[in-house]
Design a protein around this ligand. Structure first.
Ligand SMILES: Cc1cc2nc3c(=O)[nH]c(=O)nc-3n(C[C@H](O)[C@H](O)[C@H](O)COP(=O)(O)OP(=O)(O)OC[C@H]3O[C@@H](n4cnc5c(N)ncnc54)[C@H](O)[C@@H]3O)c2cc1C
Length: 476
């Protein structure tokens, strides 16, 4: 470990205790190791499968397991710790939560209980600029713990088999089946033969090769001052993207805050930045947490206490590089492993809520028809092809000093002018290409250096690829 990372860990230990430091070190070690799956030989064509689908990983993607079982498939979930036991808060909008009711996970009344806070509006505000307000986006906070334990109970009732405390570490696919090798916590090796393996191991999947990453730290904080001031918490307002400083001259990173109130007196606060995956340091979380504690008062005042830390690396895919994919058509990636969510907002929760039913339907059809699922089984939202370039610009560090904040303030100012529907559509991943080009044109006239800055930040190859896509959209 570098002396800087060690010093950062010492500061985190002082502020939040040894247990958090151990968890950070464990995640950083796992990320650095990035262990590949062992390759197994293919099973005989005629071999009888043990189950239709093995889902490797029992985090948020457990929704897919429950839906597959509802469609009549035999499903086994293999989880390194305990499936359906996440502890964090997620935010989404009302309409994005509806599939939970449609899929029979919760009733309307149960959904109302899972929502722990509702906001009037969301804010995007960039250092030196104006707060831009949007309604209908990320305005419901959901307690992930009760949600995921509910998904697990429903899945169990539908016959899903859970193997907790086992690590998937080997895969062998043939034209008709896939062998999934795993190791129980006590050390015993085991194996299941399935028609399809769903890789839901999140960022630690060996196939999670997305080109962007968003190291994120924070969690539930108590003791922040409440009020209507910019550095106070308004329980009816969620901060979607807020910066309180320019790009750091040393690291060339733009740090961003997100904050959304939860139960009375509690706020979920995250500090994160976008980076190109190959450039993000392996020990990113320790120094980011140290910065969280050191600079929280530039974001919100009060006497903060971090009562439930959450942190991790969220993968993002710019759409300017090859998509993450499994080693075979019989191994499909979902959730963070696939990184099909927005490369701008990194909202994996909203993306999963929209996609878990279509994904399960395609897998069920494929099993029924005796073929592997389509490679692109997570429905792709067109807007990501455009916003991926913006995220790459943010990750590149090329727009130093106040330039990036200036560009973001101009862009979000245009969105606000275009009206709530367009602003909402962009943040909910459904803005049409034509509207996006109009948004770019207007950003260009408000901030004339945008094209030069984007070209400089992306480099000639990616910028040309992006330009061709835009031109196609304009000519269509
Ligand atoms: C700090 C933080 C805050 C976030 N906040 C938000 C938010 O507010 N809104 C939002 O939309 N998104 C948010 N996200 C993103 C969201 O949490 C992810 O997109 C989502 O959890 C991805 O779900 P998943 O099932 O793909 O992966 P995960 O939920 O990460 O689950 C992966 C599972 O796989 C298991 N696993 C790993 N390796 C193995 C193995 N070898 N064998 C078996 N099991 C294995 C893990 O133990 C884990 O349970 C946040 C992410 C982080 C890190």
């Amino acid at each position: 470990m570098t002396p800087t990372a060690q010093a950062a860990l010492d500061r985190v230990r002082e502020r939040a205790g040894a247990e958090l430091v151990e968890r950070i070190e464990h995640l950083d070690r796992t990320r650095a190791a990035h262990v590949a799956d062992r390759i197994l030989g293919a099973a005989d064509r005629e071999a009888r499968v043990d189950t239709d689908v093995v889902v490797a990983g029992g985090g948020l993607s457990l929704l897919i397991a429950a839906e597959l079982a509802r469609l009549g498939l035999r499903v086994a979930v293999i989880e390194r710790t305990r499936a359906g036991a996440a502890h964090r808060e997620w935010n989404a909008s009302d309409e994005e939560l509806r599939p939970l009711v449609a899929a029979g996970i919760v009733t309307d009344a149960e959904l109302t209980e899972l929502v722990i806070a509702r906001y009037r509006e969301g804010v995007c505000a960039f250092h030196g600029g104006t707060a831009r307000r949007v309604r209908g986006v990320l305005d419901r906070a959901v307690d992930a713990g009760p949600l995921l334990s509910r998904v697990r109970r429903v899945a169990e009732a539908r016959g899903v088999v859970f193997v907790d405390g086992a690590r998937v570490h080997a895969v062998g696919a043939s034209a008709t089946s896939v062998r999934v090798g795993f190791q129980h916590a006590a050390g015993a090796a085991d194996e299941l033969l399935a028609r399809v393996m769903v890789d839901a191991r999140g960022a630690s999947s060996p196939y999670a090769s997305a080109d962007l990453v968003c190291p994120t730290v924070g969690g539930v904080v108590r003791g922040l001052a409440e009020g209507r001031g910019p550095r106070e918490v308004d329980p009816e307002v969620g901060d979607i993207l807020v910066t309180t400083e320019d790009v750091d001259p040393e690291s060339r990173l733009q740090h961003v805050w997100e904050g959304f109130p939860g139960r009375p007196g509690e706020v979920t606060v995250y500090l994160f930045y976008y980076a190109r995956a190959h450039e993000a340091p392996n020990e990113a979380l320790a120094s980011l947490y140290a910065r969280f504690f050191d600079t929280l008062d530039t974001y919100k005042t009060g006497d903060p206490e971090l009562i439930r830390p959450t942190f991790g690396y969220i993968p993002g895919w710019s759409r300017l590089a090859p998509a993450p994919r499994g080693p075979s058509h019989r191994v499909v990636l979902v959730g963070d492993a696939a990184a099909r969510h927005s490369p701008l907002t990194f909202c994996g929760f909203g993306s999963m809520l929209r996609s878990f039913q279509p994904v399960a339907r395609e897998i069920a059809r494929a099993v029924e028809e005796g073929r592997p699922p389509r490679r692109n089984l997570v429905p792709e939202d067109a807007v990501h092809a455009w916003t991926g370039a913006l995220a790459t610009v943010m990750a590149s560090g090329a727009l130093g000093g106040p330039k990036l904040n200036g560009l973001l303030d101009a862009a979000f100012g245009v969105l606000e002018e275009m009206g709530n529907d367009d602003f909402e559509d962009l943040l909910k991943d459904r803005m049409a290409g034509k509207t996006f080009t109009e948004f770019l044109r207007r950003t260009g006239s408000r901030h004339p250096s945008v094209y030069r800055e984007v070209l400089h930040a992306l480099g000639p190859v990616a910028a040309t690829r992006w330009g061709i896509r835009l031109a196609r959209e304009l000519l269509a």
